[in-house]
Design a protein around this ligand. Structure first.
Ligand code: DGL
Length: 268
């Protein structure tokens, strides 16, 4: 018994692993860390291979496996796929291949569709997400609601380059959002974990009655639920460790974390 309890105790201190094609998944990490501040975490930004949104399903699966293996080699007890594109294209394959709980992130179509008064909602996401089978299935669940899909061409690249406030960003956002506003959407779903960083820019373009929703908080709650169900909650109340790895320039990732966390370069 003693050996068993020591084993469980030690395993519970193992980190939550999170990965994304780049820095965007930190929007999910922030929610996870706010909800469970005593959990240790390891975040990896695969910025060298960003964007995932234009890659084939096979490529996205291969990169997701690579990221998962890096996190498992670092003893992660659970993996949060902090990327809509990787979730919608690869989570089934990840769950089949690795014996660890996975949490995914998908566009929050359901709450938007349920609450929309104009019966028209907009979704901004990558090509890879909007073309995925998983996304098509969630759209089919809401036949009465008009769903305006828009690929966010170029947005992830600009965010990865640190150009969130550039005139180019503003131009792109206007060209994607104004047609949705004209079609009378009352909800805008952000279907990419990079996009919450664009909310201030988006709010300057769309009228204030349009609600913007993303999946960050829901993912954090689901992560907590699965951790509890698997008896993996870290009972230690010591200061937790938050580790960030990138395989590209650490600068942009450090900036998006407000220089509160150290970022380590690693060629994974
Ligand atoms: N953060 C990823 C997502 O949620 C971005 C995908 C990409 O790299 O294109 O979809």
């Amino acid at each position: 018994y003693a050996v068993f309890f020591i084993f469980v105790y030690m395993k519970n201190q193992n980190p939550i692993g999170l990965f994304d094609s780049g820095i965007g998944g930190t929007s999910i990490w922030k929610e996870v860390n706010a909800l469970m501040p005593f959990e240790n975490t390891i975040y990896i930004a695969d910025s060298k291979n960003a964007p995932y949104g234009l890659k084939s399903k096979e490529e996205i699966i291969a990169l997701s496996c690579k990221n998962t293996e890096f996190l498992l080699n670092n003893n992660c007890k659970i993996i949060v796929v902090a990327c809509n594109t990787a979730t919608t294209n690869a989570i089934k394959e990840l769950r089949a291949k690795y014996d660890v709980p996975f949490i995914g992130i998908e566009p929050a179509i359901k709450p938007a569709a349920l609450h929309s008064k104009t019966q028209t909602i907009g979704i901004l996401a990558t090509k890879g997400t909007l073309n995925s089978e998983l996304f098509h299935k969630s759209v089919e669940n809401h036949p009465d609601v008009k769903i305006i899909e828009q690929i966010g061409h170029g947005l992830v690249q600009l965010i990865e380059n640190g150009d969130i406030n550039s005139p180019e960003m503003e131009e792109l956002l206007k060209s994607y959002l104004n047609p949705m506003v004209e079609k009378n959407i009352d909800y805008l779903v952000l279907g990419c974990s990079h996009y919450p960083y664009l909310i201030p820019q988006i709010q300057k373009i769309i009228p204030s009655h349009i609600k913007i929703i993303d999946s960050g908080e829901a993912v954090a709650k689901q992560t907590q639920k699965i951790i509890e169900q698997n008896h993996l909650l870290n009972s230690s109340k010591e200061k937790s460790s938050q580790i960030f790895y990138t395989n590209s320039e650490p600068e942009v990732l450090e900036t998006i974390l407000n220089h509160n966390e150290k970022v380590i370069y690693k060629n994974f």
